[in-house]
Design a protein around this ligand. Structure first.
Ligand code: NAD
Ligand code: TYD
Length: 342
C-alpha cells in the first residue's frame, strides 16, 4: 500500500509512521509535513534511511503540491496534520482555520479527484465539547468550545459531506488525550515532566479538577491502523484510553514517578505545583469521556494502563533530555510567557 501520512513529524503522526513501517513490510509511506513549531524531523531520524519512507516538506493547504503527490498514485491517506493546541487557538485562531479546515478540504478534494481507496481523518473528542456525566457516542451533537475544537469539528463535517456528496471513502477517528514519546512539551504531561526534571514550577490551571481520558499513543496508532484496514467508509470511531484522571492527580503521579526514578522525595517535586489563573476561561472543557463500543467491535481495546504508559513516558523524557531541550526555542518561551504570565 502507498500511504500518504500528513503531519508525520508531529507527536502522533511520527509514532504512527514508525508503527506502520514496523507492522507492514509492504507499505510505503510518504510523509507530508510543513514543519511548524510542532513538527520535528528528529522524531523520525531512526527511519530516515528506510527505502519505504519519503519525507516531503510542505503545506496540506498547498493545492498544487498536494495534487502532485496524489498524481504519483496513492492508495490511502491518514490526515494527522493540524494545529493542535487549545491555548494557542485561544491566542490566535487563524492558523487553525487555515490548516485544520482549509487544509483538510484541499486533501479531500485531491482524494476525490484521484480515486483514493481510503481517507482516514484524525479528529478529536474535543469536537463534542464537555460532559459532566456519561459518555459521548459517535452520534452525540458537536458542541466545540475552543477555536481548536471548532476547527476540528468543521473538518469533520467536511469529511461527512465529501462522503455523502461524492462517495469518498472517508473514515474519521475521534480520540481522547494521547500521551507518550515525542509529544511537544506544551501539552500537560510532557510539560509537567520537563518542568519537574528542570526544577521549574508545575502550572496547574485553577484547581486542576478537570478530567481527561488518557490514551497511550501506541494504543491509538493500533486503533488507527485497524480503522484504516477495517473501518466502514462514512463512519466515525471514538477511541478512548479508559483512564479518566483529574489533572491534579496526573501531575502528582508524575511527581511520584520522577522522584522514584531519581531517588528523591516526591515532595521535592510536589512543592513545585502552582495553581494559576485558568488561561482558558469558559473555553476550558471540564470533562471528556467516550463510548468506544464501535471501535471495540473492530477488535481493538487499549493495552497499556495509565500507570504503565506514564512510567514509559517519564522514562523516555529522562533518556531524551537533548530532544526536549532542542525543542525549547525562543518561540516556545515567548508562547509560555503569554500563556503562563497572564
Ligand atoms: P502535533 O501538534 O504534535 O503535530 C502536528 C503536525 O502537523 C506537526 O508535525 C506539524 O508540523 C504538522 N502540520 C501543521 N500544520 C501543517 C500543515 N498546514 N501542513 C502540513 N503539516 C502541518 O499534533 P498531534 O498531537 O500529533 O496530533 C495529531 C492529530 O491528532 C491532530 O489532527 C490532532 O487534532 C489529533 N488529536 C490529537 C490528540 C492529542 O492528544 N495529541 C488527541 C486527539 C486528536
Ligand atoms: P492539554 O494537554 O493542553 O490537552 P487538552 O486541553 O487538549 O485536553 O491539557 C490537558 C489538561 O491539562 C487541560 O484540562 C488543561 C490542563 N493544563 C494545565 O493545568 N496546565 C498546563 O500547563 C497545561 C498545558 C494544561
Amino acid at each position: 500500500m502507498r500511504l500518504l501520512v500528513t503531519g508525520g513529524c508531529g507527536f502522533i503522526g511520527s509514532n504512527f509512521v514508525r508503527y506502520a513501517l514496523r507492522e507492514h513490510d509492504d507499505w510505503e509511506v510518504i510523509n507530508l509535513d510543513k514543519l511548524t513549531y510542532a513538527g520535528n524531523p528528529a522524531n523520525l531520524r531512526d527511519i530516515e534511511g528506510d527505502k519505504r519512507y519519503r519525507f516531503v516538506r510542505g503545506d496540506i493547504a498547498d493545492r498544487e503540491l498536494v495534487n502532485d503527490l496524489f498524481r504519483d498514485g496513492l492508495d490511502a491517506v491518514v490526515n494527522f496534520a493540524a494545529e493542535t493546541h487549545v491555548d494557542r487557538s485561544i491566542l490566535d485562531p487563524s492558523p487553525f482555520i487555515e490548516t485544520n479546515v482549509k487544509g483538510t478540504q484541499v486533501l479531500l478534494e485531491a482524494a476525490r479527484n484521484h480515486d483514493v481507496k481510503r481517507f482516514v481523518h484524525i479528529s478529536t473528542d474535543e469536537v463534542y465539547g464537555s460532559v459532566m456525566d456519561g459518555r459521548f457516542t459517535e452520534e452525540s451533537p458537536l458542541r466545540p468550545n475552543s477555536p481548536y475544537a471548532a476547527s476540528k469539528a468543521a473538518a469533520d463535517l467536511l469529511c461527512r459531506a465529501y462522503h455523502i456528496s461524492y462517495g469518498l471513502p472517508v473514515v474519521v477517528t475521534r480520540s481522547s488525550n494521547n500521551y507518550g514519546p515525542y509529544q511537544f512539551p506544551e501539552k500537560l504531561i510532557p510539560l509537567m515532566v520537563r518542568n519537574a526534571l528542570s526544577g521549574l514550577e508545575l502550572p496547574v490551571y485553577g484547581e486542576g479538577l478537570q478530567v481527561r481520558d488518557w490514551l497511550y499513543v501506541e494504543d491509538n496508532c493500533r486503533a488507527i491502523g485497524m480503522v484504516l484496514m477495517k473501518g466502514r467508509p462514512g463512519e466515525i470511531y471514538n477511541i478512548g484510553g479508559g483512564s479518566e484522571r483529574k489533572n491534579i492527580e496526573v501531575v502528582k503521579s508524575i511527581c511520584r514517578m520522577v522522584a522514584e526514578r531519581l531517588n528523591r522525595s516526591p515532595e521535592d517535586f510536589t512543592r513545585l505545583i502552582k495553581h494559576i489563573r485558568d488561561p482558558r476561561g469558559a473555553a476550558h472543557d471540564f470533562r471528556y469521556a467516550l463510548d468506544c463500543s464501535k471501535v471495540r467491535e473492530l477488535g481493538w481495546s487499549p493495552q497499556v494502563t495509565f500507570e504503565e504508559g506514564l512510567a514509559r513516558t517519564v522514562e523516555w523524557y529522562l533518556s531524551n533530555r537533548s530532544w526536549v531541550e532542542s525543542v525549547i526555542t525562543g518561540e516556545y518561551l515567548e508562547y509560555c510567557r503569554r500563556v503562563y504570565a497572564a
